[in-house]
Design a protein around this ligand. Sequence first.
Ligand SMILES: [Zn+2]
Length: 94
Amino acid sequence: MMVAPVSLETMFGPSPQSRYMPCAECGASVDRAGAGPHVCDTERLLDFHLFQLREEIATFDAELAAWLVSAHGRFATWIAERDRHGGDEGRRRG
Ligand SMILES: [Zn+2]
């Protein structure tokens, strides 16, 4: 029985993963056969990092609101209000 030499590509067809791979920095689909090294696009880089931080960003508001009603948060708010309105008065005293 004759076995014809078959390459992996012939058996499975051209795999898109073998040619394109996502850039770890910006998430762009990089053509590995493309000319020259991949240079991350600044806009895409920013979008990708924001996308990765989306959960942290989404929880920030809730965490801030929770902190503001805590003892530390209320004290910081009081200090900030005092400094904004009567900061000089406090320094003049004493
Ligand atoms: Zn990139």
